[in-house]
Ligand binder design. Sequence first.
Ligand code: NAD
Ligand code: MG
Length: 387
Amino acid sequence: MPQVAILGSTGSIGTSTLEVIRHNLDKYQIIALTANTDADKLLSQCIEFKPKYAVLLDKSKALHLEAQLKNHQLTTILLTNKEDLSYVVQLPEVDIVMSAIVGSHGLMPTYSAILAGKRVLLANKESLVAAGRLINDALKANPKASLIPVDSEHSAIFQSLPTDFATNKNGINKIILTASGGPFREYLKEQLVSVTPEMAVKHPNWSMGKKISVDSSTLMNKGLEVIEAYWLFGTDLDKIDVVVHPQSIIHSMVEYIDGSIIAQLGTPDMKTPIAYALSYPDRIVSGSSKLDFSTLSSLTFEKPDYERFPCLTLAFEALKTGRSSPAVLNAANEVAVSLFLEHKISFYDIYKLIKSAMEYFGTRDYSTIDEIIAIDKAVREYTNSIA
Ligand code: NAD
Ligand code: MG
């Protein structure tokens, strides 16, 4: 039975992954679970799935958690260091790694899993945005490793592309990423000026962590996904389009040169792409509800509004500029989103801070993960200092 390690098991994607595995207990076994601070949730997951290892980064809660694990007669080994995230994914018994930490903190363990030749299911798009070229180099150097998309759009594209797309781009005209448009799709610019984090995290179709919910409301999420698609599928930038589709039923599409368009559809539920990433090339039950066409009144499409949602423009610019620019965009965005969630800055300040950081840092070459991590740190410090 494949042994699964989940990075970020207490989050939205982590929890959904465990839900899918609950439907497939005869097919997968949990070997490691990791969390940042949510000790209670990690404990209940350990009680249910009995992993060999658990990682909790919040050291102040570790002693108590360790005692509780013992009380439940669990032999789970509790680790508490950042480096332990990379350690658990590299264990020889691990077959599959779900990369579902939010933000660039997920980069090092994701990269370590690839170096160790694991099958990596990628939800943590920020890793690929920050270090796409290095991740692809690591995949080439470690043919046993694979990177399978979890993001619903990229799962849809993965399912709509020919299986040999990595070596054969013949016939593919473009990739069309769909975007829900987020909770503020119909807001005027004057209204957007004063939206609150509480409004931003209420996504109309998807239930997600706070950071990605804010990213969806600024359309930065789609920008990050354009960069993610560029690295995952090796598509030219001018062959990636974004179309707003508010119902989130078509999860993305591939257009071929003969005019055919192949799309993947389903209810907006991350359990479907998570299940496909786990079982590819087979299929397993995911627990998602099925799409009922008789209740769908319409599927609509519109162009994204770059004027009201300028973060999307910044992401295209960062990809076009290349080199370290996407890493700068990503780090500045992470800081700006945190500050917005803490009510310290307004909605459009997110855009202004990222733009300032991109101007200040410009772009430069990098050749190691440590360099990317240093850039990430410097951009975080700078963005906090000008906020
Ligand atoms: P979340 O905030 O719900 O969960 C984040 C997880 O990461 C938690 O388990 C938390 O303990 C852990 N974590 C947070 N900070 C950490 C740190 N510094 N070190 C180690 N662990 C840390 O987030 P989410 O919505 O599940 O998103 C996770 C990733 O998946 C993000 O990259 C997001 O963009 C991507 N994603 C999410 C969805 C979704 O529907 N939620 C869809 C597509 C992609
Ligand atoms: Mg997505």
